[in-house]
Design a binder for this molecule. Structure first.
Ligand SMILES: Cc1ncc(COP(=O)(O)O)c(C=O)c1O
Length: 343
């Protein structure tokens, strides 16, 4: 059978702690109000607030793409544009969902490591001199990026400072924020509040949940009426308790960190083992993504056994993702299979 373990972190199942909490919630509480009014949602919100020194608001939805659209819809004006890297998920992998649902134009920057810099952003502000162009209003950073790289806290803070001085807001697509936090060894306050981010998503889908992303609103301007936006956008999940109870486990028992750290460590192990057999990497390993430089023939060979994830045909560079459930043995099996390749 074709193996899918490294195709994406979404190929992994639900981690046992979360699954058992969901079953517990289903069994214990026959009836409970929906739409954020249940005790689990309230408790997660309290815990989240305790991590910050300023008031925050958090909301829950099912998908990462939905979180992105909701946040951006909240931050935009009618004539806004959004600045992000070419590789950014909202630009490349969401079927134009951001443009479709927000009406904003996306303005992209070329970047070798999928990270934006202040210089890149600055260049995109020239169009503000003319009434002919959409007005750059939001900067989107993916943390972790689509190439597995991470912004440092200093980089995020400098970008936020620059943006706020220049009439721009900052949204972090944090589908893998947990991996970045584990890599940087920082908490929510350091990475979001101290840097000055306006809104961020905190993904659980790729970190052991059955489904779910949290939208953390730090800029109070955007908190008012968020739920109306969520409902109108058809992103308000009625039985919120099954979303929020997953985050409760993640936060209370530090599962978010344990899972993210494990997947990051597995990526480092993967890197080490690939290098031992002469395979170089296209990008540094700073999360749970390993971009391996395979030859076209190696890729064809690997495909006999593995369902590979995205790869760049031009560079023969293939993305291998580790997850909360990756084992050393799975990586060893992959390496042993690769060792048998004959050119
Ligand atoms: C950086 C990033 N953002 C957002 C998403 C979207 O998540 P979902 O598939 O849950 O909509 C993904 C999914 O791969 C992602 O990698």
């Amino acid at each position: 059978m074709i193996k899918m373990n490294f195709n994406s972190d979404t190929t992994a199942s639900v981690c046992p702690e979360i699954l058992s909490k969901m079953c517990e919630v289903a069994k214990e509480d026959d009836y409970m109000l929906g739409y954020n009014q249940d005790k689990y949602t309230k408790e997660v919100r309290q815990i989240m607030q305790s991590y910050f020194s300023k008031p925050i608001k958090c909301f829950f939805n099912v998908s990462g793409s939905g979180a992105n659209v909701l946040a951006l819809k909240t931050m935009k004006d009618n004539y806004s544009s959004i600045i992000c890297c070419e590789d950014t998920h909202i630009n490349r992998y969401e079927v134009g969902g951001t443009e479709y649902n927000t009406g904003c134009k996306i303005i992209t920057c070329q970047s070798d490591d999928a990270k934006l810099t202040i210089d890149m952003i600055k260049k995109k502000l020239n169009t503000r001199n003319s009434f002919n162009f959409a007005y750059p209003k939001i900067v989107v950073l993916s943390q972790v990026t689509e190439l597995g790289t991470c912004y440092t806290l200093k980089e995020i803070k400098e970008i936020c400072d620059f943006c706020h001085k220049n009439d721009l807001y900052v949204y972090i697509d944090g589908a893998r924020l947990a991996n970045a936090m584990a890599y940087l060894n920082v908490g929510f306050k350091e990475i979001l509040e101290d840097t000055g981010v306006d809104i961020a998503s905190f993904g659980a889908n790729k970190n052991g949940a059955m489904f779910g992303e949290m939208i953390i609103i730090l800029n109070p301007m955007f908190a008012k009426n968020f739920i109306l936006n969520q409902k109108q956008s058809m992103q308000l999940f009625s039985k919120t308790r099954f979303l929020s109870c997953q985050f409760l486990v993640m936060l209370k028992d530090n599962i978010w960190y344990k899972n993210a750290k494990h997947s990051n460590d597995m990526a480092l192990y993967f890197e080490q083992e690939l290098k031992k057999i002469g395979i170089s990497l296209a990008y540094p390993v700073q999360s749970n993504a390993v971009f391996a430089n395979f030859s076209d023939k190696q890729i064809e060979y690997l495909k006999n056994e593995y369902q590979l994830g995205s790869y760049d045909d031009e560079k023969s560079c293939c993305r291998l993702m580790t997850s909360w459930s990756t084992t050393h043995k799975e990586i060893d099996d992959f390496i042993n299979y690769l060792k048998k390749f004959k050119s």
